[in-house]
Write a protein that binds this ligand. Structure first.
Ligand code: TYD
Ligand code: MG
Length: 454
């Protein structure tokens, strides 16, 4: 029998200590050390680093290395392809995290059912019957999709050898365990060992492996940070459970852009990719209301027109409230200070609420001008013209600053039938007079105000 020893392992960074201490010496996290039983043997080098003849690898010239022969596996789901940078890279390990009930299992079962080749879905969370029910809701029949309800990683690997699938999905990494260590499934050393066993499989068999990961109460992926370092791609599935829209983001991608984003709608029959997000993010209404504006933001390489709502009302209590949903509160406070100091609006005694439609979270500074317009519209109690899009950053001096990819943003506004777009005069434009949409360029926030309200 393998010799075992007890160690205290930090659940944040994987640091090991012989004794319990309140604060991890490596990452500084408080109360993160948990006792685990480890096998005496040290961790092994990854298998693809070793050659079959047992010799250590030689250094090779980069120009002599053959590029990957096998092309990416392109799935039917255009949003997933986009987020992964153009399809699934063979042999890659992809971690998909998200809150419980957000739809991780649904997304990946749907992928398994849509893919034309053999898929093995390893489930430690749901029974075969439950997965069958889910598959029936999704409504795709696929003879090539196999379900394995097994949680011991050695047994999983054996089944993988037998079935030789083209894609593996593990739901979830926290339920797997290996017999070689004694700690409970979901503990840091179990997660690390199971993930590295699956990584070795992925690299040697050249099969992509998806791992579903839980997130803890702070919204971080549960388990060691090294799990995120180990995998090739980290996807985060997020969204508001009360809204039907879900967003798939890349947090890390060794084979593509990390600023990409996929948008889905949760329907009664699975997740539907949304290919025209701007249309769903702008609500259709007949009457003009105050405090509503449309901003052109970028999410990754994709322009999105987003509706912003603001409500400004006199504060009842001494300290006015400032609340934001889907936008950075500190940035809102900055915009309010700019309006107060540079443009003379008395917002200091007002409650201000800002809401981004559709349960989306945006960080693009190009949203600033749209938010300012919505706030001023609500403050003045005057509705804004419905055919204008706003697209610029607002600086501390009250100047309207240029944003990136302006042409794409203007084109999106034009495509959706808007007549005017307000941008910064510092953005250099290519032949704006040739466009159907009227491009208005301004340099200061107060100019925008007089333009809108006269
Ligand atoms: P699930 O995939 O189980 O989430 P996770 O694996 O991230 O915990 O998500 C299930 C939720 O999605 C559940 O609340 C029901 C809902 N749902 C639908 O609305 N339509 C569907 O077709 C399916 C399969 C699930
Ligand atoms: Mg699940």
């Amino acid at each position: 029998m393998a010799k075992t020893r007890n160690v205290f392992v930090c659940q944040e960074c994987g640091h090991q200590a012989p004794k319990w201490v309140g604060r991890c010496a490596s990452c500084g996290g408080w109360n993160t050390l948990v006792e685990e039983v480890l096998e005496k043997a040290g961790t092994k080098a990854p298998a693809w680093g070793r050659r079959e003849d047992g010799l250590r690898p030689q250094a090779v010239r980069i120009s002599d290395i053959e590029p990957l022969a096998s092309p990416r596996l392109v799935c039917e789901d255009p949003e997933l392809n986009r987020v992964l940078g153009g399809g699934i890279v063979p042999g890659s390990l992809i971690l998909c995290g998200g809150e419980p009930g957000i739809g991780k299992s649904t997304l990946l079962l749907q992928l398994a059912l849509q893919l034309g080749s053999k898929v093995l879905y390893v489930s430690g969370e749901e029974s075969e019957e439950q997965l069958k029910m889910r598959a029936e809701r999704i409504g795709i029949v696929n003879e090539q999709c196999f379900i394995l309800t097994e949680t011991q990683v050695e047994a999983v690997l054996q089944r993988l050898e037998e079935h030789q699938p083209a894609l593996v999905i593990v739901d979830s990494i926290q339920t797997l365990y290996t017999d070689s260590i004694e700690s409970a499934p979901g503990s840091i050393s179990q997660i690390r060992d199971c993930a590295s066993a699956l990584m070795r499989y992925a690299k040697t068999a050249d099969v992509p492996v998806f791992l579903i990961g839980h997130i803890n109460k702070d919204g971080q992926l549960a388990g060691p940070k090294i799990l995120e370092h180990m995998v090739d791609t980290v996807l985060q599935f997020e969204g508001d459970r009360h809204h039907t829209y879900r967003i798939l983001r890349t947090l890390k991608n060794r084979f593509g852009n990390t600023s990409e984003l996929g948008i889905y709608e949760m329907t009664g029959s699975g997740l539907r990719p949304v290919d025209n997000p701007s249309e769903i993010l702008i609500s259709q209404r007949d009457e003009a209301l105050s405090g509503i504006s449309i901003a052109a933001a970028m999410e990754g390489l994709r322009p999105l027109l987003i509706e912003t709502q603001a409500l400004v009302s006199s504060a009842v209590y001494g300290t006015p409230q400032r609340t934001c949903t889907g936008y950075d509160l500190r940035r809102l406070n900055m915009l309010l200070a700019v309006l107060e100091k540079r443009c003379g609006f008395r917002l200091g005694a007002q409650d201000v609420f800002v809401n981004i439609a559709g349960g989306l979270r945006v960080e693009d500074p190009g949203m600033d001008l749209g938010i300012v317009a919505a706030i001023l519209s609500s403050y003045q109690n005057l509705s804004l013209p419905g055919d204008i899009v706003y697209c610029a950053e607002v600086g501390l001096a009250g100047e309207v600053r240029a944003v990136n990819r302006i042409e794409q943003r203007i084109a999106e506004a034009e495509k959706l039938g808007f007549n005017q777009i307000i941008v910064s005069k510092y953005n250099r434009l290519q032949e704006p007079e040739k466009r159907r949409i009227k491009v208005i360029q301004t340099g200061r926030v107060d100019e925008v105000f007089s333009l809108l309200f006269g």
